[in-house]
Write a protein that binds this ligand. Structure first.
Ligand SMILES: [Zn+2]
Ligand SMILES: [Zn+2]
Length: 263
């Protein structure tokens, strides 16, 4: 499997992706907002875009569909429940559905509500798994729930699905927010040395050659995976004095999500 991460350079800091079968050159484009960049990249490598996958229905993920379909005739895939909100869908996905790309690539659909209620993440069935996680999981952060989502479901997605993936899973999010998110982690957990050193190394990184994290790294530097950290809880109590002595993980997640909304 070849993964091509495409930095759009737009104000929303979107990442688009091409997932390619190395044998046939067939490609699936993930959220190809910048359809021109995606098509140019495919052309330069001799790849053919045959499928488009939208992780969810927001315009900064679906905005390139029409032009991409017009240019390639690609099939459009998204969460089955997004059918009313994403025009032109050819295939609706549910949990466990498999998407094949060419001869060699298999992606499995995860039903991951929270950022919106019709959001899929795709995990590759490869020796080193890769997760294309849209706006559910970001490097060092979690998606917001302002536009059709719910924090309870986002927590449940993190707890029951994302945190249980193999630690070596490569993380490919829908946006480049890593520096700002690491600053939030450090605001919540000032003694997180790993987050501090990582911020120093990515603060001026070239988004065209962005760091690709793993789930293991996220568990060290992403505050939404650090729900039992004593310093996260102690700091949270400064903002929420009524927090119980040993708050459950869901409470910690929801309070962090709430603080991140106005941070
Ligand atoms: Zn979104
Ligand atoms: Zn987005």
């Amino acid at each position: 499997m070849i993964v091509e991460q495409i930095w759009t350079g737009n104000a929303y800091r979107n990442f688009n992706y091409l997932i390619v079968c190395p044998e046939t050159g067939e490609a699936l484009a993930v959220d190809p907002l910048d359809h021109q960049k995606c098509l140019a990249r495919a052309k330069a490598h001799g790849w053919t875009v045959t499928q488009i996958l939208n992780t969810h229905e927001h315009g900064d993920h679906t905005g390139g569909n029409k032009a991409m379909v017009a240019a390639t005739g690609a099939q459009l895939l998204a969460h089955a429940n997004a059918a009313g909100r994403i025009p032109g869908m050819d295939r609706g996905l549910g949990a466990g559905d498999v998407v094949k790309v060419g001869k060699t690539v298999e992606l499995e659909s995860l039903d991951t509500p929270g950022h919106t209620m019709s959001h899929v993440c795709m995990r590759s069935r490869t020796d080193t798994p890769a997760l294309f996680c849209g706006d559910t999981l970001f490097n060092a952060g979690a998606g917001n729930c302002h536009n059709g989502g719910h924090p309870n479901e986002l927590y449940e997605t993190f707890r029951s699905q994302l945190s249980r993936l193999p630690d070596k899973t490569l993380i490919y999010p829908g946006h480049d927010y890593i520096s700002n998110n690491l600053r939030f982690t450090l605001d919540r957990e000032p003694d997180n040395a790993r987050a501090e050193s990582l911020l120093a190394s990515v603060a001026d990184q070239d988004p065209d050659a962005a760091l690709v994290s793993t789930l293991a790294l996220e568990k060290e530097i992403n505050t939404f995976f650090r729900l039992t950290s004593p310093s996260v809880i102690a700091r949270l109590r400064e903002a929420f004095p009524d927090l119980p002595d040993e708050p459950d993980q869901k409470t910690v997640f929801l309070k962090l999500r709430e603080l991140r909304n106005s941070w």
